[in-house]
Design a protein around this ligand. Structure first.
Ligand SMILES: Cc1cc2nc3c(=O)[nH]c(=O)nc-3n(C[C@H](O)[C@H](O)[C@H](O)COP(=O)(O)OP(=O)(O)OC[C@H]3O[C@@H](n4cnc5c(N)ncnc54)[C@H](O)[C@@H]3O)c2cc1C
Length: 286
């Protein structure tokens, strides 16, 4: 299959990308292209123009700002997987990323592309929900920062508007130290996934973070978009985290009526997977 015809524009800076978006309101941003190009080849998307943001310097890189880890939206999975700073601060993030697709996908795919695309079966939406991230979005009239809880709004729908660009992902680190040079206690996170045997996308995936204020957990793959596992968070609130408590808490976490089913994996089966994966993730951490 071939894509429909389109014009190609490569942005050299964030302001140029925003300007190009204004000039081409029907255009799509091109980051790693590993979701967009397949959709274009299947003619599920036929944008008249692509704006390539993969080399925009303001969208690249990983840095620490005090107690926050800042990841540029066009940073590739590979760059995150191999970052020393990520391995020191959130060692489980490379582990989660290693479960995405294959090396070709991870060499080109970007964290911002994954989050902005909001595929219901993508892995990172659950991970950033559990990590309590904040998303920086730049538009023609300035920047806004959105809590991850209000970022995912539906299937393939997020808080990023047509004339806006997701620019940064901000992840709070567990250390209370305000110094950018102080050693940070690594974030305690685990991600467990049941991959689709053909696509390797998540049939269901669960991310769990144990932080100073308790457990945050989220699932992906089973609903219209990634969602918090509120029942689990409440069941563990104020309790000692031991295997018995975990076992008791990981029962019927999500009502199958809230989930999607297909001819391979029913909603009931996905609900069961969420219980199992949540238990596995928590047991790894406790
Ligand atoms: C064979 C294969 C297997 C895969 N397996 C998995 C898997 O197991 N798990 C998984 O999670 N994913 C999987 N993927 C998807 C992959 O992770 C994609 O790379 C990712 O979802 C999209 O990132 P991208 O950078 O390629 O975005 P693109 O494909 O370039 O863009 C996707 C969409 O997001 C928009 N966009 C991109 N960047 C921004 C931005 N900064 N601001 C606003 N909008 C933006 C684009 O306009 C487009 O609409 C797989 C893909 C393939 C081809």
């Amino acid at each position: 299959m071939y894509t429909a015809e389109f014009t190609y524009h490569r942005a050299k800076s964030l302001s140029e990308a925003l300007q190009m978006l204004q000039q081409n309101p029907e255009a799509k941003l091109l980051a790693g292209g590993h979701s967009l190009i397949p959709a274009m080849k299947l003619r599920l998307a036929t944008p008249p123009a692509l704006i390539d943001i993969s080399r925009v310097p303001e969208l690249k890189g990983i840095r620490r700002e005090g107690n926050t880890l800042v990841i540029g939206a066009a940073t590739t999975y590979y760059e995150i997987e191999t970052s020393d700073l990520i391995r020191q601060t959130i060692p489980a993030l490379p582990e989660a990323i290693e479960q995405i697709g294959d090396p070709m996908v991870r060499n080109k795919g970007t964290i911002g592309g994954s989050l902005a695309h909001a595929d219901p079966a993508a892995d990172l939406p659950a991970v950033v929900l559990a990590l309590d991230a904040r998303l920086k979005i730049q538009g023609p009239s300035g920047a806004k920062v959105v809590d991850v809880d209000s970022f995912f709004q539906g299937m393939f729908t997020t808080a990023v508007g047509q004339d806006e660009i997701l620019t940064e992902i901000h992840i709070p680190l567990s250390s209370a130290s305000p110094s950018a040079h102080a050693p940070t206690q690594a974030v305690r996170m685990a991600y467990e996934k049941f991959p689709h045997p053909a696509s390797r996308y998540a049939v269901a995936g669960v991310a769990v973070v144990i932080g100073v204020s308790g457990v945050r957990a989220a699932f992906t793959g089973a609903g219209e978009h990634a969602m918090r596992l509120s029942k689990l968070e409440q069941a563990l609130s104020g309790k000692p985290l031991d295997p018995q408590t975990v076992e008791a808490a990981c029962q019927n976490l999500v009502d199958p009526a809230q989930l999607m089913g297909d001819h391979n994996h029913s909603a009931e089966y996905r609900a069961h997977l969420i219980d199992v994966l949540a238990k596995r993730a928590l047991l790894r951490l406790v």
